[in-house]
Design a protein around this ligand. Structure first.
Ligand SMILES: [Zn+2]
Ligand SMILES: [Zn+2]
Length: 398
């Protein structure tokens, strides 16, 4: 038999498709018409629960979940319920394929057409009615009632409200984006990337962050790593990253860090100040991003910044206590422009999608940040793995 390249390809494709189908079915042993969720029923206790998939209303979107990143917020809620949301289905960094559409759904939040089969991510929901929404419509992240799927207390009306599940139902009022052009890993990193993109936007708003800035990134958790990549994509060439893990520092280099400081090898603050000075012509950093939740690090970061520099504080997504500074030396005398950063607005998702595409073009291996993947039945283990600080980004994949 004479086979040309084209027919070989088509046979291989057919065989692969046949191999793939039964495997996918067995991985997801959910009965037809039913959905499974990992319900956080009490502290450190996800239980798998099954619910019928509800009949879709006109503004609903039914999504078959493909995966969802595990966020520090999920782990905090699993461990201590600081938000008081239990019982709930966690998971807000999720993505999946649309398998059902209400009749009113025609376009996503960016105006792109939506159809069954599209890959989708959700973003934040702001109320539009609180004083901050009315006064600062351009900053929806300041909404007093900001919501996001995956951080909603369970209710008998709708159980499919988080991404740690086989299915999720997106209701009216949510923001959502079709992202067919991104890989599953890129889509699972999109929410985290939006946090970084927003922080860089906040940094730029001070007027102190430029292409030629020498920038310090304090902390190499997923947030610090993503900020490093965002700075690199934005064109910042000199990025010094500080962390205590060689694995994370090595990865920071791959994402664009030009200098690294391991605080375990440079244990004194003076030593670290000198290390920063040595890569900033003795001046100190033009700008810094504080990406740890550690009060000491939040105090120390001021010492790395030059007079006339800027700082974006973005590490404290939960209350980790007070941090002390010397207002004379740290703020006044240096005239540091200080800005905080809190989540992101849905309007920053298009920017974030552009950032992820550009990062790929530049060859930044962002997907390698996802070091561990767990199925729905092992989400307690996923949380333990996150807490143990092994690896970098943990994800649920269906
Ligand atoms: Zn998150
Ligand atoms: Zn509001």
């Amino acid at each position: 038999m004479d086979l040309d390249q084209h027919s070989i390809e088509s046979i291989v494709r057919q065989v692969l498709t046949k191999l793939k189908e039964p495997a996918q079915e067995s991985a997801l042993s959910v009965k037809a018409g039913m959905a499974q969720v990992a319900m956080l029923e009490s502290l450190k206790n996800f239980a798998i629960r099954e619910y019928p998939i509800p009949e879709l209303e006109d503004d609903d979107i039914l999504v078959k979940v493909e995966g969802c990143g595990v966020c520090g917020t999920d782990v905090h809620e699993w461990k201590g319920d600081p938000f008081g949301y239990i019982p709930l289905v966690l998971g807000h960094e999720g993505t999946g394929e649309i398998i059902g559409l209400g009749r009113n759904i025609k376009k996503d939040s960016q105006g792109n057409p939506v159809k069954v089969g599209d890959k989708l991510v959700t973003s934040v929901i702001s109320c539009g009615e609180c004083p901050n929404c009315l006064l600062h419509p351009e900053s929806p992240q300041l909404c007093e009632n900001q919501g996001v799927y995956g951080l909603i207390t369970d209710s008998p009306r709708n159980h499919l409200t988080g991404w740690f599940a086989s299915h999720i139902v997106i209701k009216k009022g949510s923001t959502y984006f079709v992202v067919n052009e991104l890989s599953l890993d890129q889509r699972m990193l999109l929410e985290l990337a939006a946090v970084a993109v927003h922080a860089v936007q906040q940094g730029k708003s001070t007027g102190r962050l430029h292409f030629d800035s020498r920038v310090v990134v304090s902390g190499c958790g997923p947030v610090g790593l993503m900020v490093t990549a965002a700075l690199r994509v934005a064109g910042v060439g000199e990025i010094t990253v500080i962390d205590g893990s060689d694995q994370r520092l090595d990865f920071a280099r791959q994402l664009g860090a030009s200098h690294i400081i391991n605080f375990k090898q440079t244990p004194t603050l003076d030593g670290r100040i000198q290390a920063v000075q040595s890569v900033t012509r003795g001046q100190g950093a033009d700008f810094a991003f504080q990406c740890t939740g550690n009060p000491q690090a939040a105090s120390d970061v001021y010492k790395f910044i030059r007079r006339g520099g800027g700082l974006c504080e973005m590490g404290f997504f939960v209350d980790n206590g007070n941090a002390t500074i010397n207002p004379h030396f740290d703020l006044c005398k240096k005239e540091i422009a200080l800005v905080g950063s809190w989540t992101y607005g849905a309007h920053e998702y298009p920017l974030t999608i552009a950032f992820l595409k550009r990062a790929k073009e530049l060859g930044l291996p962002l997907e390698r940040m996802i070091t561990h993947r767990f199925p729905l039945g092992k989400m307690n283990e996923a949380m333990e793995t996150n807490l143990s600080m092994q690896g970098m980004k943990i994800a649920y994949v269906s």
